[in-house]
Design a protein around this ligand. Structure first.
Ligand code: SF4
Length: 459
């Protein structure tokens, strides 16, 4: 059903595009026919420039018809730059959300230098490893609370001493923004925020420094008009601040923007959305709302460790592909410094299972070998029910990763939920099977009783 819903609009779009093509079938675009080229264009896999026979006006039309409904906006430069936007669905289960919102800690130009540097150092150095990824915050948003251009310039300069990450410059004063841009203009900070009244001057600054520009209005029609005006003035990267007065307004405006951008009814709303989470209490609710409801840029206070982990964990979970479980590479992993008498535990390659089990194994301080078998990312329960965790797979994995060469015994610990397979695994592999606990939290106690105390069980 899903595949059909995707293919039909692409085919219809391809027919519309085909009508615009010269139809010479000369193959200069690299495709065998104009129709193939139209299909590739419609699917976003070809570029209008590839056909030398199209005039500029038609190319312009085609670019508009084939560009992503929400533009990709790159924040900052270098290794820590972040792409946001380029989303194609309203609901995560329809496909996936691809570009997680960039989260910026907010600092004030009224803060003293040490406090600014401490916040910058947190963004620079803090890393939360979770299920195989290193999670981190993306940058600093510097507020011009003092309304003094010199103070703003000093605050940006202090950040620049520490920072190699994206920044947001927040001010309604072009003079203050210029003072900040003098220190970080080369790194393309985001400028916040152009309004109906000041957009020409802000657009000129954004264009001069090549910065993404946030435009702000609580009226979606006015936001679209402003976006068009700013792109006409030469600013290519925009972010939309729907100026919500409460979280309900944020949800309704952000959802409206997403809908109108995705169905292309208002293409000028096809940009990532901005949320100042600090404007709402509790801030945690605003952060959660922003992550779930389409924010591309979220500005927060300098978060406590607990809230920081919550925000990064939720962001990671929402921005994984729901159709592809996060997987570990199958193999034989060492936990601690295992020897030939250390236990061998088999489990699935669902990342969350691996990292949860790994945490408890490390806490137990019992070195062991962890055999990760390829269950296509399924958890233990699902893999057993779906036949993905089988005696044949266990045998193949033992052979493939030469587990017998690593240990002197022939005893394998399998997950508690795989107990129904224990007999068949023993029969097919020739290894004695110990059925482990169902809950990974009990693995330390289990190994203590069943392995260490028996040191080790007889082969
Ligand atoms: Fe058709 Fe243009 Fe490709 Fe030639 S280059 S086949 S005219 S699309």
């Amino acid at each position: 059903m899903r595949a059909r819903r995707e293919v039909v609009p692409v085919a219809l779009k391809a027919l519309d595009i085909y009508k615009m093509l010269p139809k010479k079938n000369c193959k200069e675009c690299g495709y065998p026919t104009c129709l193939t080229f139209a299909m590739k264009l419609a699917a976003g896999k070809a570029d209008a420039d590839s056909c030398p026979y199209l005039d500029e006006a038609t190319k312009h039309l085609l670019r508009g018809a084939t560009r992503p409904p929400i533009q990709l906006v790159k924040l900052g430069v270098g290794e820590r730059s972040v792409p946001v936007g380029d989303e194609i669905v309203l609901f995560r289960h329809e496909k996936a959300f691809y570009h997680p919102p960039a989260i910026f800690f907010s600092i004030s130009d009224r803060w003293d230098r040490d406090r600014i540097i401490a916040a910058a150092a947190r963004v620079m150095d803090e890393v939360f490893p979770r299920v195989g990824e290193n999670l981190r915050f993306n940058g600093l948003a510097i507020r011009n609370d003092s309304r003094d251009p010199a103070a703003f310039g000093r605050a940006v300069a202090a950040v620049e001493e520490e920072a190699e990450f994206p920044e947001v410059l927040i001010s309604d004063s072009p003079a203050a923004l210029e003072a900040g841009l003098a220190h970080c203009g080369n790194y393309h900070p985001v400028i916040h925020a152009a309004t109906k009244e000041n957009h020409a001057g802000f657009a000129a600054l954004a264009k001069r420094f090549g910065c993404p520009l946030v435009i702000r209005s609580g009226d979606l029609g006015e936001l679209a008009t402003l976006a068009k005006a700013c792109t006409d003035l030469g600013v290519r990267s925009l972010v939309l601040d729907p100026a919500p007065g409460n979280l309900g307004e944020f949800i309704s405006r952000s959802t409206g923007i997403r809908k109108k951008a995705i169905d292309r009814s208002v293409p000028d709303l096809g940009y990532p959305v901005y949320l100042d989470a600090m404007a709402f209490a509790p801030e945690e609710a605003a952060i959660v709302t922003g992550i779930l409801k389409y924010a591309g840029v979220i500005v927060t206070s300098v978060l406590s460790p607990g809230t920081a982990k919550m925000a990064l964990t939720l962001r990671q979970n929402i921005y994984t592909d729901p159709q592809k479980p996060i997987q570990m590479t199958p193999g034989l992993y060492r936990v601690g410094e295992p020897g030939p008498g250390s236990p061998v535990l088999a489990t699935v390659n669902f990342s969350l299972t691996y990292f949860t089990l790994l945490g408890y194994l490390e806490a137990s301080r019992i070195p062991c070998h962890l055999l990760i078998v390829d269950t296509e990312g399924f958890s233990v329960l699902t893999a057993v029910a779906a036949g993905k965790f089988s005696e044949k797979l266990v045998k193949d994995s033992l052979d493939r990763f030469q587990v017998a060469g690593q240990v002197q015994h022939r005893t394998l610990v399998i997950p508690g939920y795989a107990a129904p397979l224990s007999g068949r695994i023993e029969e097919v592999t020739g290894w004695k099977v110990l059925v482990g606990p169902r809950d990974a939290a009990d693995i330390g106690e289990f190994l203590g009783k069943e392995w260490v105390a028996k040191s080790p069980p007889a082969p």
